[in-house]
Every structure is written in C-alpha cells, then in structure tokens.
Design a protein. Structure first.
Length: 329
C-alpha cells in the first residue's frame, strides 16, 4: 500500500480543520464593521458622537433609575412635608441631599426625573415598535398586492394624515377614557397612550415601505421566488422585507422623539399618565402650576431633560438618514 496515500488526511477533515471558529468569524465581522464607511462617517461627525453619547447616558439613566435615584417616588413614606419646596443644592437654603430641589410634596426632583424619564422612554419605545409593526405590515401588503388592497390602505393612510397628531391622539385618548370605567383609567393609562401614538404614527411607515415594495417587487430575486413556488407571505416577509428596512430604521429613530414628545404633551394636558405615575409630561404639568410662585426648578429641569432627549434622538436620526443614503452622504 502506498504510504503517501495512507498518511494524507481526508478532504472533509481538512476542510473542517481549516474552517475558522465562531469566535474568529465574529471578531472578523466586528473588524469589518469598524472599518466600514458607516463607522468612519460616524467617527468623523463630532456632533453625532456627542448626541449618541448623550442619548446613551439618558437611556442608561432611565433603565437604571432605581439604582441611581436617591428616593423611590412611589414610596410616600420616604418623603417629609417639611422638605417641600426646597431649591436646588447650589442655591441658598438648598440642601445637599436634594441636588435639584423638591416639589410641593417634598419629593426629590432628581429622583422624579429619573423615573419620569424611564416611563417616557418605555412608552416611546413600545409605541414606535407597535407603529412600525403595523405600518410595515400594511405597507408590504399594499405594495405587493396593489389594486384594491393598495387603494384602500393608502386612502386610509391619507385620511389619517389629514388629522393633526395631537388632536387625533386626544380623540383616541378621550374615547378610550369614555368607554372605560373610572377606576380603570389609571391602570390603562399606558395602554391608552401607546394605542394613541401607534394610530397616529403608522402611516409614514406604510407609505415608505409601500414605495420600496413596489420597486423591489419587479426585481429578479422576487420573480425567481415566484417561479420556485414560494407563497406570498414568504416572498413578502422573507425576501422583500429585509431589503426595505433601511428607511424604516431611520423613520423609527425620528419617530421615537415624536412619540416621547406626544406622550409629554398628552400628560401635560392631563389626558396622559396619571400624577402617581410620573413621566416627563406629568412633571412639567405639575411644575407649571407653581412656576410663578418661585418654584422654577420643578418645571425647568424636566423640560431640559425632555428637550435634550428629543434633540439627541433627532440628531442621531438625521445622521442615520444621511449615512444610509449614498446620495445624501
């Protein structure tokens, strides 16, 4: 028997030994992502880097609110009315344990902002996810089937776009509160706001995805999938949908700022979150009542956090829109 033939490894074993491991492939993919044009564009935009850092800080503060806050705003036994209306710590008559002062009930404004930021971010993210899921689904269905289905969905979207966002959200919130018993208003407040923002935000996703689906539907890979016998659902959500998600990601980023502002507006008008569930809108609403009595800190600091949050999200969304569009880049 030939010795060279015996000592030669099997082709399968040789291919298996030369194949890089999962950790190696993951590291190579990370290096490729770091060297990509997207990361280079991000690193060279100082404003975007600052906005992303601020947004990450606010997200961290909202998620870790129970760990970062000094007091639990839901525990009324932790507050003392003797500590009410204290100014920030750096102002005369302020106390070091209350960095941003206290409100009329003696609650720490710093802790209230952390928990309010948490609630506003949760409502914003859930609303954006729901609006994106509804809008993307209707947009793909509309662009893929066309005809009567397309006309019905797009005319519904046009009709919804004719209503101002806040007015329609107030209409949905008022109708839901009118149908629900009084004792369920506070329990269902989050769901009512999420439904209101979802129904006022899905149209942009639907119109954008519908236009992209019309372009993708005539390409060769879609025709090949039809020839191979793939069903409509498989073609829409496994072939077309992954290729139309880039503009959806940009819309979702920009919509997050609008969702947070909408929740704050509804809460400020008294039809959003109840006072016992602090959000940025309820804090601004409560602080606005005592603004002219000298307690400026109760309304100024939550307003600043809301402005910084919306501004940072919009800056990141604008950069993402330019970075994902070669013509704008």
């Amino acid at each position: 028997m030939d010795i060279d033939t015996v000592s030669k490894p099997a082709p399968a074993a040789e291919g298996k030994a030369s194949r890089p491991g999962y950790a190696t492939r993951l590291w190579q993919g990370w290096l490729a992502f770091v060297d990509s044009d997207l990361c280079y564009n991000f690193r060279t935009s100082r404003l975007t880097v600052v906005a992303t850092a601020v947004l990450a800080l606010l997200l961290f503060a909202g998620i870790c609110a129970p760990l970062l806050s000094h007091y639990n705003p839901f525990d009324m036994a932790a507050f003392d009315l003797m500590d009410s209306e204290l100014p920030p710590a750096w102002v005369e008559s302020g106390e070091a344990r209350f960095w941003l002062g206290t409100d009329i009930q003696g609650r720490d404004v710093y802790s209230l902002i952390l928990y309010g930021l948490r609630v506003s971010l949760i409502v914003g993210f859930i609303s954006v996810l729901c609006a994106m899921a509804l809008g993307v689904t209707l947009g793909v269905v509309s662009g893929y089937f066309g005809g009567t289905v397309d006309a019905l969905i797009m005319r519904l979207a046009d009709a919804m776009l004719s209503f101002p966002t806040i007015m329609f959200a107030l209409l949905v919130s008022g109708a839901a509160r009118g149908l629900l018993p009084q004792e369920m208003h506070e329990q269902m407040a989050v769901y009512i706001i999420v439904i209101s923002i979802t129904l006022t935000g899905w149209m942009q996703y639907a119109r954008t995805v519908r236009g992209c689906t019309l372009l993708e539907g005539h390409k060769e890979y879609v025709q090949a999938a039809k020839v191979m016998g793939s069903g409509n659902l498989r073609i829409m959500f496994l072939h077309i949908l992954p290729n139309v998600l880039s503009p959806v990601l940009v819309l979702a980023t920009l919509h997050l700022a609008l969702a947070v502002l909408t929740e704050a507006t509804l809460s400020f008008l008294g039809v959003g979150m109840p006072p016992n569930q602090p959000s940025l809108g309820t804090l601004i609403n409560e602080g606005n009542k005592y603004l002219f009595s000298g307690q400026w800190w109760v309304v100024v600091f939550p307003s600043l956090v809301l402005v910084v949050l919306a501004l940072s999200v919009n800056l990141v969304g604008d950069w993402l829109r330019d970075a994902l569009n070669p013509k704008l880049r």
